[in-house]
Design a binder for this molecule. Structure first.
Ligand code: ADP
Ligand code: MG
Length: 249
């Protein structure tokens, strides 16, 4: 495969569910190292976009190009093998295993191409180092040997983030990573996301406008499945249409 400087390109994607048009003619480009936020009210089509990019929902029209390669018709595990890491659709924690074991398993399970089958010790040592680095970044190294079931709700979210981060994704896509957290937990997880490596190409899907504007260098606003606005945080902040959609939210 040829790697382009554009890890993610969404080209005029429409996705219908029966009579419902969840996404209508949506395009976006995320350059390498870009931090892109997708915002919009409930039902705007954000999660549908996430699922289209992860290969879970084939587009009704248009194309998704990951690393220069169209993912049309690819099953989600092949899309993941291209270096896409997802988060928070389903909790994938092994609650009876330790925090560190969960992250090591995530590394080994999701990077089949990088596994050195002829040298399992080297593979495991590398996975361990990657897991520990991700835990440190998610402020969870102190709980590495804790059983996952004993973590607080916020710590479980930190663990889920560490698990996707440890996979060293070419594209990290997070769908509402703050959802369901208490105010205190939100502040912490928000800070950890703001501190993600700058070189990581990230798409943050969020309801929280202020967080998106702080995190991203480029923002796409969806409303009723349509692209309402796209631009820098400053442009989005000044956009009267966006202000209208966000009044009272
Ligand atoms: P958001 O994540 O922005 O809240 P969604 O992408 O979940 O929005 O939903 C956008 C629209 O698509 C909604 O009207 C929703 O009911 C519809 N939708 C999403 N997924 C499905 C599905 N699997 N089947 C039918 N309708 C769906
Ligand atoms: Mg959603």
């Amino acid at each position: 495969t040829t790697r382009s400087g554009m890890p993610l390109r969404v080209e005029r994607v429409t996705r219908r569910f029966g009579g419902v048009v969840a996404l209508k003619d949506v395009s976006l480009d995320v350059p390498a190292g870009g931090r892109h936020a997708v915002i919009g009210p409930n039902g705007a089509g954000k999660s549908t976009l996430f699922r289209v990019v992860s290969g879970e929902y084939p587009p009704s029209e248009g194309r998704v190009i990951l690393d220069g390669q169209s993912i049309g018709g690819m099953p989600p595990n092949r899309v993941a093998a291209l270096g896409f890491a997802r988060s928070f659709q389903t909790s994938s924690l092994f609650t009876r295993d330790t925090v560190l074991e969960n992250v090591v398993l995530a590394v080994l399970a999701h990077l089949p191409g990088r596994r050195d089958l002829w040298n399992p010790i080297r593979t495991q040592t590398a996975a361990l180092a990657q897991a520990e680095a991700a835990l440190a970044r998610m402020d969870l190294l102190g709980k590495a040997h804790e059983i996952a079931a004993n973590l607080s709700h916020g710590e479980m979210r930190q663990l889920e983030l560490a698990m996707v981060l440890a996979q060293d994704p070419r594209l990290l896509m997070l769908d509402e990573p703050l959802a369901g957290l208490s105010a205190h937990e939100r502040d912490h997880v928000q800070q950890l996301i703001l501190n993600l490596p700058r070189e990581l190409t990230t798409v943050l899907i969020e309801h929280d406008l202020a967080f998106c504007l702080e995190f991203a260098d480029h923002v796409t606003v969806l409303s009723n499945g349509e692209l309402l606005a796209t631009g820098t945080p400053a442009e989005i902040r000044a956009n009267p249409e966006v202000q209208r959609v966000y009044v009272g939210s």
